[in-house]
Design a protein around this ligand. Structure first.
Ligand code: SF4
Length: 431
């Protein structure tokens, strides 16, 4: 029996797919080369915003067309968790809509999938060998924050951190399988371990729960001893303590993925989030002072309810001052179950798009300048695929890449001199 998994959405979903694949292999399945050849076809969906939901539905319908006539089609992931019953009713082509707590092989009996906290986590399932010299490791599921725009806590539940042991065991297996870079992910990475400590399960953090320090610091230090590169994604800005900054700089991957969302103080308060432009700029300047080579990425929402022209100006000013290397911009998507859903002062979508175009144009020019400035420098490159590499400045799958000659061994590390910049990508020759 062969399976095919189609994954939509964020890196966290890709890790879930890896875990599902590991589970299916343990149950005797083999991976298929395409959806057309599999007896079990799985769509791991994303429900983050309206556009992601539309893409998920289109993918399910396309898989229904492509699959073998007698193949089983299963929909899982965030859409299944959030809209399970409606989805099952609306998609008769689908054999099973499976929430996080349900086996893909279970009979298609109606189930209520929207338990507040899924009873079954994919987190500790085995996973197959990494297919590239880098791999995501999800260290927690769920989130204890309640940002105004975000529905994740309503269907992923409160934060549940994995233990240090489980994370290190998974990371070691990935390294043995060829991974040279581990990318840590969670909904709110900097808060990893806080739920365990609160619940009196600090002992499960073992060596990491030393002296009341931020648990992520010791976890990152422990992982740094196991693998060449450790990269941290999704850092809520108030969680970026001095200790964590120093730790990230010590990993030799001075890459800061800050989840900022806006720069206007009033917008951030409306979003129920911490910080403002001055605080963010202060922190970025402090990091640059410690490590002038530090790379910064962030993401921002345009058109949150109540956003004014002054807020947009504040964001543009911030983007200009911060000179981030990378940034992603999204228009606000109104999600059922979030505080912003009932807000009266929604921004017209056209206006939000116009604001998005304005900030994107500004950031694209900054990113291009920062990429150009790397021409002539020498960077350590990890060969991800024939002809494609990354320095520590590029996060896999999200940022640009460094193009190199095609004969270099995948998984090797080389010193490369940057000879040209092409849009977000760079070109290097081995030195
Ligand atoms: S921290 Fe992230 S995952 Fe948590 S509620 Fe806010 S936006 Fe959602």
């Amino acid at each position: 029996m062969r399976y095919w998994i189609e994954t939509l959405g964020c890196p966290k979903n890709h890790v879930d797919s890896d875990k599902l694949a590991g589970l299916l292999v343990a149950q005797g399945y083999e991976p298929a080369f395409s959806a057309e050849e599999a007896e079990l076809v799985v769509a791991n969906t994303c429900a983050f915003i309206e556009a992601a939901r539309e893409e998920s539905i289109e993918t399910v319908l396309e898989l229904a067309d492509r699959k073998l006539a007698n193949a089983r089609l299963v929909v899982t992931g965030c859409m299944a968790e959030r809209y399970g019953d409606e989805l099952a009713a609306a998609l008769p082509e689908v054999d099973l809509v499976a929430g996080f707590n349900q086996s893909l092989l279970a009979p298609a009996t109606p189930v209520t999938l929207r338990a507040k906290t899924p009873a079954f986590d994919l987190l500790n399932l085995p996973r197959p060998r990494a297919s590239a010299p880098w791999a995501y490791v999800k260290i927690a599921e769920g989130c204890d924050r309640r940002c105004g725009f975000c529905a994740i806590p309503t269907f992923r539940g409160d934060q549940r951190s994995r233990s240090t042991d489980e994370i290190l065991t998974e990371a070691r297996a990935l390294v043995e399988g060829g991974a040279r870079e581990i990318v840590l992910i969670a909904q709110d990475l900097a808060s990893w371990g806080h739920d365990r400590r609160r619940a009196g399960r600090g002992e499960a953090l073992e060596v990491l729960d030393v002296g009341g320090t931020q648990p992520l610091i010791e976890l990152t230090r422990a992982l740094t001893r196991e693998v060449d590169r450790v990269r941290l994604l999704y850092l809520y800005p108030s969680g970026l303590t001095t200790g964590l900054i120093e730790t990230i700089l010590d990993t030799n991957v001075p890459y800061f993925d800050l989840s900022l969302q806006h720069a206007s103080r009033s917008m951030l308060r409306a979003m129920r989030r911490w910080g403002d432009a001055d605080r963010f700029l202060e922190r970025i300047a402090a990091i640059r002072e410690m490590s002038p080579d530090a790379t910064f990425r962030s993401s921002f929402i345009l058109g949150y309810p109540g956003e004014t022209e002054d807020d947009q100006r504040a964001l543009l000013d911030f983007i200009e001052s911060a000179q981030l290397d990378w940034a992603g911009f999204f228009t606000f998507s109104s999600e059922i179950g979030t505080p912003a859903f009932d807000a009266a002062d929604h921004v017209p979508h056209e206006l939000a798009l116009e604001r998005l175009r304005e900030v994107t144009e500004l950031q694209d020019a900054i990113t291009a300048r920062r990429r150009d400035a790397l021409v002539g420098t020498t960077q350590q490159l990890l060969i991800d695929a024939p002809g494609v590499a990354r320095s520590v400045r590029e996060c896999p799958e999200i940022d640009g890449v460094v193009m190199v000659e095609g004969s270099l061994n995948v998984g090797s590390m080389v010193e490369g001199k940057i000879v040209a910049s092409r849009g977000v990508d760079l070109e290097a020759v081995v030195v």
